[in-house]
Each structure stands twice: as structure tokens, then as C-alpha cells.
Write a protein that binds this ligand. Structure first.
Ligand code: SF4
Length: 115
């Protein structure tokens, strides 16, 4: 490999590392900003994954005939898959990345929090 080839390869390598670093930094900044501002968009009941899991923003609206295991006291706020801060009305959920669910909502993936 000539000195010229080596220099060109080195420039390409460092260019790619710099570009990747900028991408990662931008992603981290966006994610942090989203959580810091609670800016996740609210999950819609008709979104395909939400509909498939019978998500309702209000647990009292769950179709008991379709989901006989549902109990009125089951809400996102006491589900083991909820994330974010206790007391917030809208919170992230492990099942619906990038979206926020209602604390009083429910879906068929509900898992009770362990005491
Ligand atoms: S998994 Fe739990 S927190 Fe997420 S939407 Fe379903 S019931 Fe709510």
C-alpha cells in the first residue's frame, strides 16, 4: 500500500467514525429530550399494534366479552411494563416503544406489578 492509499484509507475511516458519532449523539439527544419533555406522542387505540392488543386509553372501556381476564382495577399505572414517572398521566410503555400510554389505560399484555 502506498503512502497515498494509506492516507486515503485513513481519511475515509475517520470520516466514517465522525459521521457515526454525530448520528449516535443526535439519537441520544433526541431520546433524552423526548423523555425530559415527556414529548412522546400518545398511543392511539386504532394504531395496529394497539388495536391488536385491545389497548384502551380508559380501562373502563375495555370489552369484557373479548377480554374476560380484564379486571377494572388493572390499569397501565400498576402494570409491570409501564415506564416513566409515577403520577404522570402519560407514560412510556415497554410494549409500545416511542409512544406514551394513559396511566388509566389497559391492554392485553398487562402484567401486574409484583408487590
Ligand atoms: S403493557 Fe401494561 S402499561 Fe403497556 S399498555 Fe399494556 S397494560 Fe398499559
Amino acid at each position: 500500500m502506498s503512502q497515498q492509499d494509506f492516507n486515503a484509507t485513513r481519511r475515509r475511516f475517520f470520516g466514517q467514525v465522525a459521521a457515526a458519532g454525530v448520528g449516535v449523539a443526535a439519537g441520544v439527544a433526541l431520546t433524552s429530550q423526548s423523555f425530559a419533555q415527556g414529548a412522546l406522542p400518545e398511543l392511539g387505540e386504532t394504531e395496529p399494534t394497539a388495536a391488536a392488543l385491545g389497548y384502551k386509553a380508559d380501562t373502563t372501556k375495555v370489552d369484557g366479552a373479548k377480554y374476560p381476564n380484564h379486571k377494572p382495577e388493572q390499569v397501565c399505572a400498576n402494570c409491570n411494563l409501564i415506564q416513566g414517572k409515577d403520577g404522570d398521566a402519560l407514560r412510556p410503555c415497554a410494549i409500545f416503544p416511542g409512544k406514551a400510554v394513559q396511566a388509566n389505560g389497559w391492554c392485553a399484555a398487562y402484567v401486574p406489578k409484583k408487590a
